[in-house]
Ligand binder design. Structure first.
Ligand code: NAP
Length: 303
C-alpha cells in the first residue's frame, strides 16, 4: 500500500476521504495537513511545507480544501515532487488548473482533477445508453438546501466559492460525461443574495436544447435529477446519478465501490501509469455562466 497525505480535514475529508482511504487496497493514510483538524491515529501537520519536509516517503497528496486556498497547496506538493489529487471544483479559476497541469507535466507527476459525481452508479450505464442516441432535449434540476449540506460554510458565498455552482458543477460533471455531443452555454440568469458575492440560484441554457435549474434554497425533499429525451425514449438519472430510469422504469444497476472509493482506485491507476486526468468541461460551463450571466438580486442570506 502506498502512503498518502490528506489535506484540509473538514466536512468532506471526514465524511468521505478518510473512510475511502481506510477501505482502499491501494492507500494507507500516512499524514494529515490541516490548521485545526486531524485524524485520530494519523500523524498531523498544520502546514503543507512541514509535511513535505518531514515525510519524503509520501508520494501522493490529496487536497480536500475549498477551491480558493487549494492552489498554493497543489503547487507546493507538485514542486516537492508529489502526485496530486484535487477535490472538485479543481480550482478557483481555469488558469490555475492550466498552471497545475503544466507543472505536473513538467515534473512528470500525476494530477487528477476528480469529479466524484461521475462515479455515481448510474453514470457509466447512462453514458453507454446515450452513446448512439439522438438527443432532442435535456434538463437538469439540482435543488438542495445549502443550510443542510454546507452548514456555516461562508466560503461558498465568497469570491471563488462558486455559490450554487459548488453543487451545480456536480450535475455539469455528469452532463458532460454522458452526453454524446459537446454543448456550450448560451444564456444564464444568476440570482445573488443582496449580502453575498456568489449566486444562490441559477438557470442555464446550452446549445442542443439543454437547460439547467440550480437552486440552493430547497427545503424538504432534495432533487438531483438529469432528464435526457432522445429519439428512442427518455433517460433519467436521479439522486445525483445513483438511480437510472428508462422511460420512467428504474433500471437494475450493478454493485459499484462508491464514489470516493472509485476516485481513489482511479488515482492509484493514474500514479501506476504516470498519467493525469484533468477534464475542465464542467468548470468551463461555470466560468461561462459567470461571464455571460444576467444578474438578479434577492433577499439577504444568513446561515
Ligand atoms: P470545509 O469543511 O469548509 O473545508 C475543508 C477544510 O479545509 C477545513 O476544515 C479547513 O481545515 C480547510 N480550510 C478551509 N479554508 C481554508 C483556508 N482558507 N486555508 C487553508 N485551509 C482551509 O469544506 P468541505 O465541505 O469539506 O469542502 C471542501 C471541498 O470539497 C470543496 O471544494 C467542496 O466543493 C468539495 N466537496 C464538498 C462536499 C460536501 O458535502 N461538503 C461534497 C463533495 C465535495 P482547517 O481549518 O483545519 O485548516
Amino acid at each position: 500500500m502506498t502512503p498518502i497525505a490528506l489535506v484540509g480535514i473538514g466536512k468532506i475529508a471526514l465524511d468521505q476521504h478518510v473512510p475511502a482511504i481506510n477501505a482502499s487496497p491501494d492507500w494507507t493514510l500516512a499524514a494529515s495537513v490541516s490548521r485545526n483538524g486531524s485524524v485520530p491515529g494519523v500523524q498531523s501537520f498544520t502546514t503543507i511545507e512541514a509535511m513535505l519536509d518531514a515525510r519524503p516517503d509520501i508520494p501522493v497528496v490529496s487536497l480536500a480544501l475549498p477551491p480558493v486556498p487549494r492552489f498554493a497547496y497543489a503547487v507546493a506538493a507538485l514542486q516537492a515532487g508529489r502526485h496530486v489529487m484535487l477535490e472538485k471544483p479543481p480550482g478557483a479559476t481555469l488558469a490555475e488548473i492550466h498552471a497545475l497541469r503544466d507543472l505536473a507535466a513538467q515534473k512528470g507527476l500525476s494530477l487528477y482533477a476528480t469529479w466524484h459525481s461521475r462515479m455515481a452508479r448510474g453514470v457509466a450505464p447512462a453514458k453507454a445508453w446515450l452513446r448512439a442516441a439522438t438527443i432532442t432535449r435535456a434538463h437538469i434540476t439540482w435543488r438542495e438546501d445549502v443550510r443542510k449540506w454546507h452548514p456555516g460554510q461562508d466560503w461558498v458565498f465568497e469570491p471563488g466559492g462558486m455559490g450554487v455552482f459548488d453543487p451545480g458543477i456536480n450535475a455539469l460533471s455528469i452532463l458532460t460525461e454522458i452526453l454524446p455531443m459537446p454543448v456550450h452555454l448560451t444564456e444564464a440568469t444568476l440570482t445573488y443574495p443582496e449580502n453575498r458575492q456568489t449566486p444562490i440560484a441559477a438557470t442555464l441554457r446550452f446549445s442542443g436544447n439543454v437547460t439547467a435549474d440550480f437552486d440552493w434554497r430547497q427545503e424538504g425533499p432534495q432533487t438531483w435529477d438529469i432528464e435526457v429525451e432522445t429519439a428512442d425514449g427518455t433517460l433519467t438519472l436521479r439522486q445525483g446519478g445513483a438511480v437510472l430510469e428508462l422511460d420512467g422504469k428504474p433500471q437494475p444497476l450493478g454493485q459499484t465501490p462508491g464514489e470516493y472509493p472509485a476516485l481513489y482506485a482511479r488515482m492509484a491507476d493514474l500514479v501506476r501509469t504516470r498519467a493525469s486526468d484533468i477534464d475542465l468541461a464542467p468548470m468551463i460551463h461555470v466560468a461561462d455562466a459567470m461571464t455571460l450571466g444576467r444578474r438578479e438580486v434577492t433577499g439577504a442570506f444568513h446561515f
